[in-house]
Ligand binder design. Sequence first.
Ligand code: G1P
Length: 324
Amino acid sequence: MLKRSRPYSGSPARAGMNAILEGTMPTLTPVKKAVLPAAGLGTRFLPATKAIPKEMLPVADKPLIQYAAEEAVASGIDTLVIVTGRGKAVIEDHFDFNPELEGALAGKGKKDLEKMVREIANMARVCYTRQKQPLGLGHAVLMAREMIGEEPFAVMLPDDMIRSEVPCLEQLLRVYRATGGAVVAAKEVPPAMVSAYGIFAAEPVKDRQWKGRLFRVRDVVEKPKPAQAPSRLAVIGRYVLLPEIFDFLEKTRTGAAGEIQLTDGMRELAHRRPMYAYLFEGTRYDAGDKLGFLQATVEMALKNPQLGPSFREYLRTLPIRRKR
Ligand code: G1P
């Protein structure tokens, strides 16, 4: 169970919704841009990532980063700001037109494939900014400041692959539209795992419409030791943030692991503006980790309409037995 403190009774979530319905709340700026940090060195995935960006490793038949891009578009995002670095240019090629390839596919009558590669380039407006030094996730997000401007925006960590009926980011945007606050995806993790995540200090919002999934965030700590963790409610890599966070990130000093942490900017924001943690519905894979990546690959391949049936049959032939 989560270490729950006193329930939050003010129900700003309901108040926000009522204010919108009554027309007494200023119209919220819609969230149209998402930042996808992709500048990391991928050290957890060596040697595969020595010369290939981790974001381009294929999970079933698509590169990892395309799953986050598709989730963004399915959630109503129209602009992706991808934060890259040295050796990541192939990500730009992936989201660009490829006239030679399209011409060759057209020449062979492979219309479906031609359409598919073109759609990847057309799915959203994509812009790039570079993080010249690996100074941390908070610093990577700060590199997008000029492209985001003064609007609320999403951050999506491509390593976190989320399979769900309603796209995870769309789930967060529903909370944003009802509350006007910042919203971060959350998941309960075992005590031994808290030091791998940002961990919230949060109180459940007692309002039946949220079915116990919404929490008001009081604080958030990056990768605490189990004894110091305020709960077991962990940050998962989908965020809806308010533009004020950039001022806090500018002032943030190096924190956990000697890096400028997004979590440290978030805690400043949470101290000044409403922030919520939302226990999203869906399954999350840590595809930046070798085992998580394999799990995501197997599940995505099974779900794939073309690959799924024969892959399932193949898996059944494997001599996998439970140890007695
Ligand atoms: C990052 C964030 C952390 C969050 C995690 C989710 O950590 O800093 O707060 O819980 O993503 O995947 P990383 O996994 O990059 O170390």
